[in-house]
Structures are given as structure tokens and as C-alpha cells.
Design a protein around this ligand. Sequence first.
Ligand code: EPZ
Length: 421
Amino acid sequence: MDSILVKGNGALNGQIPIAGAKNACLTLMPATLLSEEPLTLTNAPRLSDIRTMTQLLQSLGVEVSPLQAGKVITMSSHAEINPLADYEIVRKMRASNLVLGPLLARLGHAVVSLPGGCAIGARPMDIHIDALTALGAEIDLRDGYLHAVARGGLKGAVHEMRLASVGATENFVMAATLAKGNSVLKNAAREPEIVDLVACLRKMGAQIEGEGTSTITIQGVDRLHGATHPVVTDRIELGTYMLAPAICGGEVELLGGRLHLVGAFAEKLDEAGVAVVETERGLKVSRKNGRVQAVNVTTEPFPGFPTDLQAQMMALLCTANGVSVLEEKIFENRFMHAPELIRMGARIDVHGGTATVTGVEKLKGARVMATDLRASVSLILAALAAEGETVVSRVYHLDRGYERVEEKLSACGALIERISA
Ligand code: EPZ
């Protein structure tokens, strides 16, 4: 297993290109099942999660051809589609559950393994099941698999979700595009990745309104055609790298970044004393005056502060001036980066879903272990400004969601290298 070695090296200056969004690509790819014509995605990120989704779709009979080293993905599901999403692949990535809605819409039946445990929480699928049942599916859980059948096909419905689940919104919207009649989804999630999915579905001929709001209306159509669609910029990668100059000092321009993707996050950075300026080519980030100030953070569904940036923000607050309180309201176990940051000298008290961080002047390099995707990059960020050397182990977590981290950070002056085991 690879590790990453980081030596604290002071301020960072330069430019970092931001890739296409992992969490948009993971819902755009299953949309290929909704049409027998080819779907091509450009600006796709080159990540292990995308390779896992590729494997899953290929196991269903989809032809997936990554081009230009994976920046372009052409998919075609004209062949006979297999309805079984096998545990061996699904267990590697929860987002595999996003084939459930499209398979039901395409075939009228599906057998999809439950993803199994995840480090950050139980992550049940009840909201997905309720949403697809509302569209007429009968879904039973047997031997770890969801057995779903839509006798006579899916039928449009009005459905309100108990919680604005991102994945359940995506499964419902994709399924409803081919249902008979109209559907309305209430308490829908509003994330930019959903807006991007709808933009792609509309190019395929879907009739959808209201994406980005809490009420999405879908008029079922008989069939969808092929399309070509650019994956939206990754707002979580963007927010992650915005924190690099915030933690280290200096000025970094994030190419492709736009403020509307990181609204609440940028406001919180401003409150902490970090300037975010939108330029023609992206976002320029630098400290306003010296040490950042402590701030309080509560994670919320979009457009609130993203849970996927909570671990990275904690890394910044470990050296802020004052005491910060972080409340994690989306997942029940998303502070696993805290004990590792404490190994670097951070002062963090965790009680349930609340972490209290008392800023220290400087962190110290140490051997630390990545536990999940966003925790891994939080440790990298902390190490960039720490005194001495840090070795982050189990960086396979990092490779799920971040392309070429060492390259992007080294280009701005960081001392970072991968150590292959
Ligand atoms: C998506 O996961 C993202 N993943 C997650 O990013 C992100 O953290 C999450 O949305 C919240 O923004 C992808 O898009 C592939 P949810 P998803 O359904 O759809 C509970 C990353 O780091 N829930 O909105 O699985 C659930 O347990 C990943 O890139 C149910 O109880 O998230 C959680 O507590 C991590 N029942 C909350 O809702 C359900 O049926 C939000 O989950 C579904 C969800």
C-alpha cells in the first residue's frame, strides 16, 4: 500500500487545475442505461471510483471505452443488459447503488447488492427504496441483495423524501424519466451534481424542471437518445485545494473554480480571514492578514456547508487563532481524521457529532493513517504547514477522489512525494 511523504515547506504559490466532479460522474455514468444510444462524458476525472463504476457497468453489459487516458468516457448499452449488480463490485463503492433506478426504468427489474458498511456511517438505503416504490417498484431485501420489480413498468408519482438524500434524488429522477406519466419529487436534494445530471438527461430528451430546488418535476417519455456532456467542475476538490494557501500562506489560483459551486464554504473562509476572489479563469485564494481566525461550522445539505469539506476545514482550524466548534449533521461517524490530527499536535475534543478545536501555533509532522477519502486529504493539508515530515499511510483512500495530488501541490511549491510500498 502506497504512502505519501510531506515536508512542511511554508507558503504555496501558483495554479491548480480542478478536475471534473467525481460525484457528478458517478451518477452521469449509470444514466447510459436509460438509452440504447451512446452517451459520452468529457472532462471526466481519472479516479479509482470511476474505474469501479466502469467495471460495474461493464458487468451489466455496457460497453465503456475510456479515451484520452480517461478524460473522455464513451458508453453504449445497446446490448442485452444484465440486471445483476454483484456484491463483489458494489461493496467497493456505495455509489454503485445509482444503477438501481436506471435498471428499473430500462428493464423493469433489477437485483442490486446492498453496498455494505462504510467508514463514515451506516448509510442505509430506505430513502432510495421508498422513492422507487412510489414509482411502482416492488423491492425486497433477500440475501444482501435488493430484488426490485416494476410490473408493467414504472408509473409517475408525487413523492416526498423524509430527508434530502443526494443519491435517492438521483435514482428517482433517472427512473422517472422513462416512467408512464408525470412525477414530482419533494424535499429533493439541491446539489450541483444533481443539476449537472439533469442537464445531461435533458440533452438525452428527458423532460425535467426544478433541478437545484427542493421540488423537481419529471414528465415521463417513451425513450431517451444519446448525448455528449461535460462533467461539471468538482466543488469538493475545489474547496479542498482552496484550503492549501489558507493553511500554508501564499496565493493559489484554482483553475475552473467558480464561486457559485462553493458559496457557503467561501463565506466561511472569508469569516476566518481568507480572501476568495473570482477571476476569469477560476478562484484566487490567499490569507487576508496572517493567522486565520477560529470559526464555527455546521454541515448541511447544499447550499449549506458541505459535509465533504468538514475534515479539510478541521485541518485549517487546528492552527487558527481561537476555539472552533464543528458540527457534523450529515453522517454519524465522520471525525476519524481527528485522532490522526491529534497525533500531529492538534487539540480536538470530539463528543458525538460535535468537535471542538482549540487552535495551536504549529502542528508537528508525524506518521498518520488515512481512514476514509476526505480524512486522507485533510491529513495532507495539515502536513503541508506542519513542522517536519509527515507520512500518510493507506492513501488508496485518497486515490478514490483526488487525481495527481502530489503533482498539483508540488507545482505550487509543496514538498510532497508518493512512496510505493
Ligand atoms: C452523496 O452520498 C455523496 N456521494 C457523498 O460524498 C456526500 O457526502 C453525500 O452525498 C452528502 O452530500 C456521491 O455523490 C457518490 P445521502 P449519498 O444519501 O447520496 C442518510 C464523498 O466523500 N441516508 O445524501 O450516499 C445517509 O446515511 C462522498 O465524495 C439514509 O438514511 O448521501 C446520510 O446520513 C461521501 N437513507 C444522509 O442520509 C438513505 O436511503 C445523507 O446521505 C440514504 C441516505
